[in-house]
Design a protein around this ligand. Structure first.
Ligand SMILES: [Fe+2]
Ligand SMILES: [Fe+2]
Length: 155
């Protein structure tokens, strides 16, 4: 099974992407993977005690990637008229607030612990749960939008 990890640091990230995390829509999965990589870069940067301007750079990358991804998802959910779009959008707003909190916590005290809470909220609670719910809806109602390894044979 393919794993995605960011290396190059003295300490390798403890969070690893596994293809079983995929929700089955290739573009979305690639964005989730990208966000995962940004988190690993931050984790490595914290572990190496890099100065704030470097850590801040990785945080900006994470924030941009997250904002872009959430906007893409919200457009997708609008297009497919996902019934729980309001609830999903509210969860996204919460994630952006958490992202801002993560940044200020890391600025005050750069520790890997600050990352754990964000990672659990974003990934474990959101991607593996809420995002999977809309993916199931899309699979049922718009199977042609599903891509990647779980894509149905075309035509
Ligand atoms: Fe997502
Ligand atoms: Fe989402």
């Amino acid at each position: 099974m393919q794993q995605c990890r960011v290396s190059g640091g003295e300490k390798e990230g403890t969070m690893k992407w596994d293809d079983s995390f995929a929700i089955g829509i290739e573009a979305i999965d690639n964005q989730h993977k990208k966000i995962f990589e940004h988190l690993l870069a931050i984790e490595n940067s914290v572990a190496k005690r890099e100065p704030w301007h470097i850590l801040h750079f990785f945080l900006r990358q994470l924030a941009e990637s997250l904002k872009f991804h959430l906007a893409v998802e919200e457009s997708l959910l609008e297009i497919v008229r996902y019934p729980d779009i309001a609830y999903h959008g509210a969860a996204h707003a919460g994630l952006l607030e958490q992202m801002a909190e993560l940044e200020s916590r890391l600025q005050q005290k750069p520790s890997a612990e600050s990352l754990v809470g964000f990672f659990e909220t974003w990934f474990v609670r959101h991607v593996l749960s809420a995002d999977r719910e809309y993916a199931a809806y899309i699979e049922e109602n718009f199977p042609r939008l599903m891509g990647g390894s779980q894509a149905p044979a075309g035509s």
